[in-house]
Design a protein. Sequence first.
Length: 332
Amino acid sequence: MGQKTHPNGFRLGFTKTWNAKWYANTRGYSALVKEDVTIRNAIRARLRDAAISRIEIERSTNQVTVTIHTAKPGVVIGKGGAKVEELRQVLGKTTGKAVKVNIFEIRFPEVDPRLIAENVAQQLERRVSFRKVLKQTVQRSMKAGAKGVKVAVAGRLGGAEMSRREWEREGRVPLHTLRADIEFGIAVAKTTFGTIGVKAWVYRGDIEPAPRVAAGGPTAVQAPRAIPPTPPNAMTGALGTTVMPAPALVPAAPAPTAPIPAPAAHVPAPAAPAPAAAARALAPAPRVPAAPAPAAPAVAPAAPREPTPSGASGAGGRSGTSGTSGTGGEAS
């Protein structure tokens, strides 16, 4: 099954940025995160009707800067700036530092997902039909210039005994495209039958990285997003980065230069041998055939003996009973 992820957290560092920007060491990180939650809750509690979409927090050594994005800046500022000054004093007591409050107006609240979700939640609390609310909200956002809108509600819709989920979508909402500018917002409607969760997605188009000109020529190359260096003994997190005082820089001592060695003397190469001598040196030695092994002497076959009649005598001898005679001897 496909797993769902937060559209804003999925695009952090690519097309989105953090709502809290500061650095902190390991020991002080959790305290600053808790302080950020306290600041956001205090602002939303005091300005419930100000249609606040997003709160950004930046920290320096002795100052905290809070930026509020709202569709009703007049409600936040108050008459003569009384409300914003009161808010600044309250936040100063909470943080123990000087607080600066900036206010930005949202000109098109119809395409802001947080404000869309809060508007749907308010209508559900007044018992307006959820189908009517979803259809009207989506159409209003598309007319305001959004390229895609999706709104979903989940809970005991219409007072039903079993909770369910309903949604309405118009246009396209490419959640898997990283370069897509998709905003996400949630809200909770508290009804007599229980709570109903509201989620809103708004697709505004694609964000392309700004091209830059390479140093070697006019070819346009996409510039990677610059990442600020992290100070030593600092920690970054999903909620932000806190600036720590940078240590004093000590100029490094110049490295000793090694002496340049003198060039080696040129030794002439030995003269090449004469072509004839080289040919003789490279020619293979003549092969001397090995002497053949001496052949074994041939043995003549023995002549067959002829029978001698009994009583015959040989030359110079006397025959005996054997019937054979030998030369110069007697037979016994």
